[in-house]
Design a protein around this ligand. Structure first.
Ligand code: SF4
Length: 292
């Protein structure tokens, strides 16, 4: 079958050749574990049940998970094993099943989600880069309760330079609009973990605060200021960040403050704001901790 699952539309048979994402037609995961590095309504008190998928359809030069996403560290899992892992995470008390970077495995994951969903009492989180086709997101309706997409770039040039993603903003905003249509307003459990809804993440990049502001403008205008935003300050230069002019450094405090003040001025009512001290590896999977 020809793969056209994401905007790259490579049109290749992944059992024989690899496309832009370099993933075959067999799901590979890097690790499945409890993860406390997400936003509080996702991590809760004892952790999100995160399953990190190997490979990615974006080529982000500064990816903090580059060993998994770009170098493809992972191992194949059968559908049956993935279902077992999911149920094991639930049994051990995960607040949710957090599918991290699932886009390039959408086709393979849909039948798995269809099978496992009736056995789950906890929500499924689609934790993606949003470089996705709206048709693919539509097929997830009813199987995913929480969307956790990035909205990375407004500028097409920036998206091309940093992630080799043509028309990122066009595709990501269409995908996010569909996600919002599906889940509506955020609903919470009594313990304040998210039951269903959406949190949109934006990572502020060094030297690109005006791009962040254009993104916030779009969010306020098109989705309204009730939408929950996670304004991230955790950029730190890893992997190939030195190839990006001006981005081989952390964020300056005044850059993040500038975007934060703009966010508040636009009137967003719900959101997560980070401290610059979050620019560390606390948000990446912990390979010292045993996985499932
Ligand atoms: S999922 Fe991978 S192979 Fe399929 S269209 Fe996207 S980049 Fe190409």
């Amino acid at each position: 079958m020809e793969c056209t699952v994401c905007p790259f539309e490579c049109g290749i048979d992944r059992s024989r050749r690899l496309g832009v994402c370099r993933a075959s037609d067999r799901i590979e995961i890097s690790i499945a574990q409890f993860h406390l590095g997400e936003e509080p309504p996702i991590s809760g008190t004892h952790g999100s049940g995160a399953i990190f998928f190997a490979h990615c359809n974006l080529r982000c030069r500064f990816c903090q998970n580059y060993e998994i996403s770009q170098l493809g560290h992972g191992h194949p899992v059968s559908n049956e094993r993935l279902i077992e892992i999911t149920l094991e995470l639930q049994k051990r008390g995960a607040h949710n099943i957090n599918l991290v970077s699932p886009t390039h495995y959408s086709e393979q994951l849909i039948p798995i989600l269809r099978k496992v969903r009736p056995k789950l009492r906890i929500p499924v989180v689609w934790n993606s880069n949003a470089y996705e086709k709206v048709e693919t997101i539509r097929r997830l309706e009813g199987m995913v309760q929480i969307y956790l997409p990035d909205l990375k770039y407004h500028s097409d040039q920036l998206a091309k330079d940093c992630s080799s993603a043509p028309n990122y903003f066009y595709y990501a905003t269409k995908a996010i609009t569909e996600m919002v249509r599906q889940v509506g307003q955020n609903q919470y459990n009594p313990d304040r973990t998210l039951k269903s809804g959406i949190i949109i993440r934006h990572l502020v990049l060094p030297g690109h605060t005006s791009d962040s502001k254009r993104i916030l403008d779009w969010l306020a205008e098109k989705l309204g200021t009730d939408i929950q935003i996670s304004l991230m300050a955790q950029y730190y230069p890893v992997y190939r960040a030195a190839e990006l002019p001006g981005m081989n450094r952390r964020l300056f405090r005044n850059e993040y403050e500038d975007v934060k003040q703009y966010f508040l001025k636009l009137g967003f009512k719900q959101g997560f704001i980070q401290d610059l001290s979050s620019a560390s590896s606390n948000y990446t999977p912990n390979f010292d901790q045993p996985g499932i």
